[in-house]
Ligand binder design. Sequence first.
Ligand code: GLN
Length: 309
Amino acid sequence: MDRAAVQAQISRIAARMAREKDRGQVARYIPELAQVDPQQFGIAVAPIKGEVILAGQAEQPFSVQSISKVFALTLALSRAGAGLWQRVGREPSGDPFNSIVQLEYEKGVPRNPFINAGAIVISDVLLEGRDQQAAIADYLAFLANVTGESQVAIDPAVWASERATSARNRALAQFIAAEGNLRHPVEEVLELYFQQCSLALSCAQLAKAGRYLAAGCREMGAGPVSLPVSRARRINALMMTCGCYDASGDVAYRVGLPCKSGVGGGVLAIVPGVAAIAAWCPGLDEKGNSKLALEALEDLAQSMSWSVF
Ligand code: GLN
């Protein structure tokens, strides 16, 4: 990978995004996220080997929100293996991330692990054999491991804010429980889900965290993250088809890389065999994906000729 070319492109993109007037709308349904300054923009590229390349506010922590669903799925697959797919599907939903409609038709089996309903089932899997405190400790240890930090942290204000405005997620969890697809108390499952979403990472940390998906375990060397290359490919496939909810097809068309977004304004994108990219800008489009982070990824992918197609 040509590091100088990547640095030049992301510096240009950060300058372009700073000038952009139409920045979307910050998420308002989680009050703490409504406080975030929409003027901010950061981008980081973490090559499989070598230092991370930064531009804009790439070291400013933000709430990863639904991007956490990638890490939770990775952990759940390493514990439960393919049996997981009895309880959650692998199809795009074509509906908003917090939609409830399919759950009734499909008997409490969420369409995929990257919408809220699916991630709630994944939280339930992560509670298998451990209590909620141990489960969140495992999740944070995994994130510390993949980011290379000594520790990573939940933002307590975002966590409290999510819990206080959680009626819709509670409805999803209760419905799944009613269909027999939760094995632990709804309250415990939801607490783990809210905590995992409230993780704060910077673009630099998030890009580093995504490197295991770009590399698979073989190329990652002797680190403690053990992920078969075949599993990384499959998680990337789900990011491509389901990672941006009912905009996943449009994002595949525009960016051409597996992407996972969150309502905190972050997007993680994977260039298999090359790098992981994190872009962040708090304002969202009408589908709940960061407007400018997606524009930045589209620009970078085109200018570096990065695409899985
Ligand atoms: N915590 C958010 C929620 O549950 C995550 C949604 C998202 O990032 N799309 O609604």
